[in-house]
Design a protein around this ligand. Structure first.
Ligand code: ADP
Length: 745
């Protein structure tokens, strides 16, 4: 299209938008239109064709009562119809005036009563029709049976064509941006096929759409008509043109008539399809010859439009679930690919590029994982993808979809042929990651049924310039620059679902990696502590031997060496304990901790414990007591149980200041013996309490040698005996550790 052509289009479109389609001041000539005062029913305005149809000049009728035009009997019929609560409930008004049959249609709008006297087509005989009434019933039943939306559309157009006899019946669906596509067609074989074609938004101007939304049906029996003016031109009460939004005789824009003629049709009818209160599409009928479908048949078509509207809303919901089902298999396949991938989840996806691409009907895909970028199909350049990905990350949406990317991300205009549309998902990970699906510009992929390379024969005459199907397609192409086909519910569902399973897989992988790291560390600890034990024993032994050689009452040098050996021996002792603890820990971790239980008398055990632990308490002037109910016996490993007591008592002494107290009890409670170690020490802060039994958890302050293993092992030993251990503490008042061991009767 040359710039001049484009300019001319724009001008035309602008004119279209200004067209007063609701207030044309005129009607089509297939009837008369009157406005009447109420309740007198005197004529306020009347269409000028009253002169040709009823041989009465319009000016002389103004102010006259209705009966002076249509006679008393018909006027009485009108009055009766006006008694009805809703005018549409009134029985049809059939008049015969001046030898012509008329059908009277009444409606009120903007405080004025409008009576249309439409010429009645008697004995209307469309092709293939035998009895409209039964046909309508059967057709509704067939509509209800349609299994898919497409079947529903196809049945509808066929039936309407059969019922009305139009050469062409189309269903035309609007897209979000306003352009439309023909999605079903029933046409006479001699007609050019329109099915599948796109039309620009400008083909149906905004104000026409608004009118279609509020008004179910429009008809133009013959586009080659002379508009009939109203007399007087303006409403006398308001001095404004009469609003004809709901008048069936409303005259239409001359541009529209030209458009029809260029499309090769002289008669048209359109029925609105609504989804909720939104204009979803149109059933658009066209005939090469003038065709006047009578009112009752139009009402039937309107009912079909309404039923279809309801069905569309209902079926679209089903359609969404069908679209989802369609993706399930591919999603399962991709999920498995992620599970099977040894490295990371995105590698798994990269192994299935075809499936991934088909999942969202994309033309190309990119998979990003850190420094890696895989591309398949038609994609933008790697640096463009990286930049786009960065922009997407900044938006922070887990799943992003656009079928007009350049409108939100202008740099995308550079590569809109391959990526007008983008669907993308990414995972919340510290490294760059994501899957991007690209869709090409839609106009690149769609051909007009004619030869799109043939130069356009734009006629610069009249309004004919743009109003041809091929021109229309060219305009559509301009409007569709940078736009891809829309991502469906199914596509979005697929991206979200893939993201969910990628996230799960990634998380599982992370947990597994962490577990492996922990296991590796534990194995190292086990091996190292085991292997260090022998050399440590040797060091301890040798220290003992050396101690004898350098006795402390020898000369000065030997005294210093003796002290050094002491320190060494202590350090070696601590190291041994630590090694023991580490070994125990690794056994507990691995579930390999074993005990050798035997019958133990608790009182006797307490006595031994007291003699061994009391000296520790004595050092800090802490009073320590052991008290057991009489005759308590347990089944326990004596060494291990002593380890438990000495850990708990050791901690109690360690965390209790001088002159404090430590009390140990054993009591029989139910099937258990409950051991309690209570101290009057500093206590444990509330937020520490849940962690004291955790492995390696320790407070270093005032506890430089703490390893955080003592309570962990203690708990392990108690649990190995079939018991439980708990800690309670009142900070500043002291702590209490209680553990149970099953009683032996
Ligand atoms: P460690 O004593 O080597 O630090 P433990 O596992 O025996 O390791 O104890 C863990 C932590 O629990 C200690 O560091 C200390 O903060 C707290 N704790 C244990 N027993 C007591 C107690 N009787 N009074 C106060 N705090 C205690």
């Amino acid at each position: 299209m040359t710039p001049q052509d484009k300019e001319a289009f724009e001008e035309l479109l602008a004119n279209c938008a200004d067209e007063p389609i609701r207030f044309p001041g005129a009607i089509q000539p297939h009837g008369l239109l009157l406005t009447l005062s109420e309740p007198e029913l005197s004529i306020i305005q009347i269409s000028a064709n009253v002169e040709t149809l009823l041989a009465r000049p319009a000016p002389e009728l103004i102010g006259q009562p209705l009966q002076s035009l249509i006679g008393d009997a018909h006027a009485a019929q009108v009055r009766e119809a006006l008694q009805q609560s809703t005018l549409s409930d009134a029985p049809p008004l059939h008049f015969r005036l001046n030898g012509t049959a008329f059908e009277g249609l009444l409606h009120r709008h903007q405080d004025v009563l409008i009576l249309e006297l439409e010429i009645h087509v008697e004995n209307f005989q469309p092709r293939n029709v035998a009895g409209t009434e039964t046909h309508l019933g059967r057709m509704l039943a067939r509509l209800q049976k349609a299994q898919s939306l497409q079947a529903l559309y196809d049945i509808s157009v066929k039936e309407i064509q059969a019922m009305t006899g139009y050469d062409r019946v189309l269903i035309y669906r609007f897209e979000e941006e306003g352009h439309g596509q023909v999605i079903a067609e029933a046409s006479d074989p001699s007609m050019e096929v329109f099915n599948g074609l796109f039309f620009p938004a400008s083909d149906i101007p905004e104000q026409a759409r608004e009118l279609y939304r509020t008004n179910w049906l429009r008809i133009i029996p013959n586009a080659d008509y002379q508009p009939v003016p109203l007399v007087p031109k303006l409403r006398p009460d308001t001095q404004t043109p009469l609003d004809l939004s709901f008048a069936t005789l409303r005259s239409v824009s001359p541009i529209h008539c030209q458009y029809m003629k260029n499309m090769g049709v002289l008669s048209s009818m359109s029925i609105s399809l609504l989804k909720g209160d939104r204009l979803w599409g149109l059933i658009s009928c066209g005939n090469r010859q003038p065709l006047h479908v009578p009112h009752e048949l139009r009402t039937a078509c309107q009912t079909i439009g309404q039923v279809l509207s309801l069905q569309i809303s209902a079926m679209e919901a089903l359609e969404v679930s069908r679209q989802r089902e369609e993706k399930v298999e591919a999603l399962a396949l991709l999920n498995q690919a992620m599970i099977d991938s040894p490295q990371n989840v995105f590698d798994g996806l990269a192994n299935q590029p075809q499936v991934l691409m088909a999942l969202a009907n994309a033309g190309g895909i990119a998979i990003i994982e850190d420094k890696q970028l895989h591309r398949y199909g038609n994609c933008p350049e790697p640096e463009d993808i990286r930049a786009l990905h960065k922009w997407l990350q900044e938006r922070g949406e887990p799943v992003f979809a656009s079928h007009h990317l350049a409108s939100v991300y202008p740099p995308a205009a550079q590569y809109q042929q391959v990526a007008s549309g983008v669907l993308a998902m990414s995972l919340p990970k510290p490294v760059d990651n994501g899957v991007l699906w690209f869709r090409p510009e839609v106009k690149e992929n769609i051909n007009w049924s004619g030869d799109p390379r043939k130069p356009l024969d734009l006629e610069n005459s009249d309004a004919g310039l743009r109003l041809r199907p091929r021109t229309s397609f060219e305009i559509w192409k301009v409007e569709m620059a940078g736009i891809s086909t829309k991502w469906s519910h199914g596509d979005l569902f697929a991206a979200n679902d893939l993201r969910r399973s990628a996230l799960e897989n990634d998380l599982a992988r992370q947990v597994r990696r962490e577990q492996e790291a922990v296991r590796a560390r534990d194995e190292l600890v086990a091996v190292v502590s085991h292997d260090l034990r022998n050399p440590m024993t040797v060091i301890s032994m040798l220290c003992g031997m050396m101690q004898k050689a350098f006795s402390s009452d020898g000369p000065h040098t030997s005294r210093r060496i003796s002290t050094a050996i002491d320190t060494m021996q202590q350090a070696a002792g601590r190291m041994n304990t630590l090694l023991e603890d580490l070994l125990d820990t690794s056994k507990i971790d691995a579930g390999r901790y074993t005990i050798a239980p035997q019958k133990l008398d608790v009182a006797q055990m307490f006595e031994e414990a007291q003699s061994l632990l009391a000296p520790l308490a004595l050092d800090k002037d802490i009073s320590i007591s052991f008290e057991a109910d009489p005759d308590l016996s347990i089944h326990a490993d004596p060494e291990r149980l002593f380890q438990v007591l000495s850990n708990l008592v050791g901690n109690a002494i360690k965390f209790t200041p001088r002159l404090g107290t430590v009390d140990v009890f054993a009591k029989s409670v139910g099937d258990d013996i409950v051991f309690t170690v209570r101290d009057s020490g500093e206590g444990i802060p509330k937020d520490h309490l849940p962690h004291v039994f955790d492995r390696y958890w320790t407070v270093k302050e005032g506890n430089p040698n703490g390893t955080g293993l003592g309570l962990y092992i203690t708990q392990g030993i108690v649990e190995a005996h079939g018991g439980r251990i708990v800690a309670e503490s009142e900070p500043g008042q002291g702590s209490e550790f209680r553990f149970t061991v099953p009683r032996l009767d």
